[in-house]
Ligand binder design. Structure first.
Ligand SMILES: Cc1cc2nc3c(=O)[nH]c(=O)nc-3n(C[C@H](O)[C@H](O)[C@H](O)COP(=O)(O)O)c2cc1C
Length: 366
């Protein structure tokens, strides 16, 4: 099967991409005091120079005191951190690439392994990160309003600095997802409720504010996952109808692209169809989608944290689904973390030169 179709350009609003490959957002914790260094800029610059169509940054946190549990995760606020990001986007653009920051608030978190803590308690829809793990406080409506404004500020800064889009991190059990999930959102005000649609109010307000701040022509992506770190098999939406009630309001609020996080892209979302999450999101909303999860590798990413290595694997199933129109873009995580040249090797059919992934790659910015 030919890889050529994935090397077609993609255009949407502010995005003009040379191909369909996206670097997945990956936290690296190499930004002391929240400030991206020149090593961070060259790490992303190398991927841009080696033909990654769109780079999504590691999660970078908004201006709330407790938005992060890690002192080395980059901020997306404050003069010094934004100056660091300015250098990142300059280097990416000089290398011919496109990039958007992944805007993040972690919500309620366990403490960092170093014992570091932010200066105020973690905040979320409730005090819970997951059932049984409380570590912070439920947000007041003033906290919620301020957090929504902070998402908007970060998006406006992204546009001002010259980034090509923004991605909102609405997945993997962090703040926005904590609002979606019944187990962590037990609110009795208008940000809670029995239905997923009701619990999506925080997300829709964030999206509307971001849209208001960046204007109509700037691409806004949202990353979503059904699974939670506390429960890999959990599904927020149990049926296509529930997924419709979840995604349509987000789409109407102003999302341009849905980034549908799975651990293995080939896994069907619901019984009776082989469509994956990105396939369903595209069918339901009619908007472009990004798929992700073990593209080009034979093992999945959470096992990687436990030290498992992954070997290169063929792209035939990915291409079959792409050619069928299930999704528009393909995000690649570990393969690109370990090898900046991964996309070029695919383009030049140098399958024997692919490296796979082993956890040693996490120890430094390659
Ligand atoms: C080291 C590492 C850090 C990650 N950090 C983030 C993150 O900051 N935001 C996010 O949405 N996903 C994060 N992820 C998930 C990846 O974006 C991606 O969805 C996952 O690795 C699956 O893709 P892969 O199988 O190609 O690696 C991270 C993954 C890894 C391996």
């Amino acid at each position: 099967m030919s890889n050529n179709n994935l090397f077609q350009p993609f255009q949407l609003k502010s995005l003009h991409l040379k191909n369909r490959f996206v670097m997945a957002p990956m936290t690296r914790s190499f930004s002391p005091q929240g400030i991206p260094t020149s090593d961070v800029a060259s790490y992303y610059g190398k991927r841009a120079a080696a033909d990654v169509g769109l780079i999504l940054s590691e999660g970078t946190v908004i201006n709330r005191i407790s938005s992060s549990n890690d002192p080395d995760v980059p901020h997306f606020y404050g003069h010094k951190a934004l100056e660091g990001w300015q250098k990142v986007i300059q280097e990416v653009h000089q290398a011919g690439g496109s990039m958007g920051p992944q805007i993040w608030h972690m919500g309620i978190m366990p403490d960092h392994h170093s014992g570091w803590r932010p200066a105020s308690p973690f905040e979320g829809p409730s005090a819970y990160n997951s059932p049984g793990l409380a570590n912070g406080k439920a947000m007041t409506t003033d906290d919620i309003d301020a957090a929504i404004r902070a998402y908007g500020d970060a998006a406006a800064e992204a546009k001002r600095l010259g980034f090509d889009c923004v991605e909102l991190h609405g997945a993997h059990g962090y703040l926005i997802d904590q609002f979606f999930w019944k187990a962590t959102n037990n609110r009795t005000d208008s940000y809670g409720g029995e239905t997923l649609a009701e619990r999506s109010r925080f997300a829709t307000e964030v999206i509307k504010e971001v849209r208001r701040r960046v204007g109509e022509d700037f691409a806004v992506i949202i990353r979503l996952s059904q699974w939670k770190p506390a429960d890999y098999h959990y599904k927020l939406a149990q049926t296509p109808q529930e997924m419709e009630q979840w995604l349509l309001p987000l789409s109407e609020a102003g999302v341009d692209i849905f980034h549908c996080s799975q651990r293995r892209f080939w896994e069907p979302e619901f019984e009776g169809s082989d469509l994956n999450f990105a396939g369903w999101a595209k069918k339901i909303t009619g908007k472009p989608t990004i798929t992700v999860g073990s593209v080009g590798l034979d093992g999945e990413f959470l096992a990687a944290f436990a030290g498992e290595s992954s070997q290169p694997s063929p792209l035939d199933e990915l291409l079959r689904r792409y050619d069928r129109g299930d999704f528009d873009l393909v995000a690649v995580g570990r393969a690109l973390l370990a090898d900046p040249q991964w996309v070029q090797k695919i383009e030049q059919n140098q399958m024997d030169k692919l490296k796979g992934f082993s956890k040693e790659a996490l120890a430094q910015l390659i």
